[in-house]
Write a protein that binds this ligand. Sequence first.
Ligand SMILES: NC(=O)c1ccc[n+]([C@@H]2O[C@H](COP(=O)([O-])OP(=O)(O)OC[C@H]3O[C@@H](n4cnc5c(N)ncnc54)[C@H](O)[C@@H]3O)[C@@H](O)[C@H]2O)c1
Length: 301
Amino acid sequence: MELKAGQVAVVTGAASGIGFALAEAFARRGLNIVLADVQDDALATATERIAALGVHTLAVKTDVSKEASVQALAQATLDRFGGVHIVCNNAGVGGKGDTWFGPVATWEWVLGVNLWGVVHGVRAFLPHLLQGGHIVNTASIAGLMPGFSAPYDASKHAVVALTETLYNDMITANVPVGVSALCPGWVRTGIMDSHRNWPAELGEAPPDDPLSDIATTHVRRAIDEGMTPAAVAHMVLEAVESGRFWIFPHDDFLAMAVKRWERIAEKLDPEMPEETPGMPPRSQVMAEVQAAIEAMLTGLE
Ligand SMILES: NC(=O)c1ccc[n+]([C@@H]2O[C@H](COP(=O)([O-])OP(=O)(O)OC[C@H]3O[C@@H](n4cnc5c(N)ncnc54)[C@H](O)[C@@H]3O)[C@@H](O)[C@H]2O)c1
């Protein structure tokens, strides 16, 4: 769709990282911006920075995992601007705690924000986009290729699947709503510190898992050296304008996802790749994990 000054873009997770960069990129094109985020201090700062670009802004504290909160966001958008053109369901969290032995809250948090947040966002805004608009759902390359953590991978696979179905449904219904799935690899953001927004209602945040901490150290470095959020936002705007579904900022990760599917086509069992962009060789990470297990077992003797 054509982007025009005065249109309205809603971005969830707009206080930081990719969400802030999306808000900034749309604002630089003259769109008015609704910034939604659960973290109020960062939301206030981000809104000031976007308003300084000369567009109208609305900040709405939102917990995307809650349907009522996202419905209230949609209502606040309509009350303030009378309509909406672009919706970026982008808020997401990395995870916290041990996937298999920790509390189930670790799953509930990640699926609540990453999956239900997108479901609520689509359902709340779609009825207001039917005259023409575009929805961008932030998934991840982990939505096509597991390897980050089970809750995160599951949430992002679900986002890719529902987004593709939404795209097909819009075509079937002949409705002028564009749909895109954003599937990045490493992007330089605050995602490794997502636990800053661990919700009190899920109880005490679970302790870190010492074994996954080893991989986490490498992932943190890869993210610190990753693509800038501004570069990702630039690709999103291009996809919205040209009506493209897939947004793949990282060709090297896409090639890995394709390799996975080639093995599936040959009915071969999953195989963890030895090389992942930005990471040390898998054999090195596995040797580090095994050394840590041995040290733990020795400590128990
Ligand atoms: N950074 C990467 O390498 C990477 C790669 C692939 C996909 N992603 C995805 O990009 C999206 C944005 O993350 P980011 O990397 O910019 O991280 P980030 O932590 O910098 O930004 C995420 C934002 O979401 C907000 N948020 C967290 N929980 C929320 C909730 N319940 N309701 C509303 N807002 C909430 C946070 O306050 C934060 O402002 C996420 O969906 C993430 O999974 C990131």
